[in-house]
Design a protein around this ligand. Structure first.
Ligand SMILES: *Cc1c(COP(=O)(O)O)cnc(C)c1O
Length: 366
């Protein structure tokens, strides 16, 4: 049998190491996972309580329309219900966009480095991927991205905040971009870390959907809401985009338990505010520590920091791994000599800082 030719250039997603694996390999008691930008404070207690009070009927298919969550989310975001689409994580929305808009002969434009799944799913649909290097300080090079657009471009992927860097697209730059982006190109704006963005840096991208029917914004319950294991995310756009995505979407693509949990999570603003505040505090003290040892990092509006390492990121990753901390080496994310550190609890970060200081003193200062 022959698979699509493009699959010979692609590999399955390589996830961060699993905790158990590492415990066994290095005989460690405690592992701190700082590799997948998960919420270290778990998820809303209200979700736990609601699930304990009554589980969905697992023998019944979920509501394919996601009616209850749809209605609550439409209210919260002040958009019409017809402007929402749900997916098994944002991941699936990205996949749906590729299936809806891309075919051999078309192309997409992305930043590099950025979230790898835009490229992956675009290639699978046979599109060419034009990757435009971010600026030296880690921002999308929007002018160059615009220049890369041609008549065959179908999607431009914008990731803001950008994983694995953490920078957001500034408002002025985005408005200039919107004015110049041709209407035949779908602007796919990924805001997976939206809840972590400082209000001052938030560009209120949803407000442009009314005037731009070629814009879709994607968000998720996986990061700040702490529900990564349940797989649910959503897209917000003009209903004409949503109508197309609904043709491609599997009829029961989000589970009943994910819908139920997300509905409750959405109403617990206190949990989100707390997560935001704690993250902000931890980020400030980690940056302070890095300043003290003289390591550079990129600006971040997220729950992770991309840190420049004095030697290969893989070597620093390995050093930390052997001492019970899992981070992501930048070499795997397209930005060598860095590590991406998800921000854990204050305590875990203090432990990490102790180990990083040891590394710094041993390997660097000597
Ligand atoms: C984590 C992440 C996602 C994936 O989110 P899911 O909803 O869990 O699929 C999407 N985009 C970016 C930029 C991310 O970092």
């Amino acid at each position: 049998m022959e698979a699509k030719p493009v699959l010979s250039q692609l590999t399955p997603y390589k996830q961060g190491k699993q905790t158990k694996e590492i415990q066994q390999e290095f005989g460690l008691e405690r592992i701190v996972k700082l590799a997948s930008n998960e919420n270290p404070y778990g998820y809303s207690n209200q979700v736990k309580e609601a699930l304990l009070q009554g589980l969905p009927d697992f023998n019944i298919y979920p509501d394919g329309y996601t009616a209850e969550l749809r209605s609550a989310l439409a209210n919260k975001l002040e958009v019409a219900e017809s402007q929402l689409v749900f997916g098994s994580g944002t991941e699936e929305i990205i996949q749906m966009l590729c299936r809806t808009y891309l075919a051999p002969g078309s192309n997409v434009v992305t930043a590099t480095p950025t979230f790898g799944q835009y490229k992956h799913y675009s290639l699978i649909e046979g599109a060419e991927v034009k990757e435009i290097e971010v600026t030296a300080d880690g921002y999308h090079a929007l002018d160059k991205m615009l220049e890369a657009i041609d008549e065959k471009t179908r999607i431009i992927w914008l990731c803001s905040p950008n994983n694995p860097i953490g920078t957001v697209i500034p408002k002025e730059a985005f408005e200039a971009f919107l004015n110049n982006c041709p209407k035949h190109v779908l602007i796919a704006f990924d805001e997976a870390y939206f809840e972590y963005v400082d209000p001052e840096a938030n560009i209120d991208v949803l407000s442009y959907i009314k005037s731009h029917n070629n814009l879709i914004v994607m968000r998720t319950f996986s990061k700040a809401y702490g529900l990564a294991g349940l797989r649910i995310g959503y897209g917000i756009a003009n209903h004409m985009i949503i109508d197309k995505l609904n043709v491609v979407r599997g009829p029961f693509n989000t589970t009943s338990i994910a819908q139920q949990a997300a509905l409750v999570a959405l109403s617990d603003d206190v949990f989100i505010t707390n997560s935001y505040e704690k993250n902000k505090t931890v980020k400030a003290s980690f940056k302070n520590f890095l300043n003290q040892i003289g390591w550079k990092y990129f600006h971040s509006e997220t729950n992770f920091l991309l840190v420049e390492t004095p030697i290969s990121g893989i070597d620093v990753f390995q050093y930390l791994l052997e001492r019970g901390f899992i981070v992501r080496p930048g070499e795997l994310l397209g930005i060598p000599k860095t590590i991406r550190v998800s921000l854990g609890t204050g305590e875990d970060m203090e432990d990490l800082q102790r180990v990083l200081l040891e590394f710094h003193n041993e390997a660097i200062v000597k």
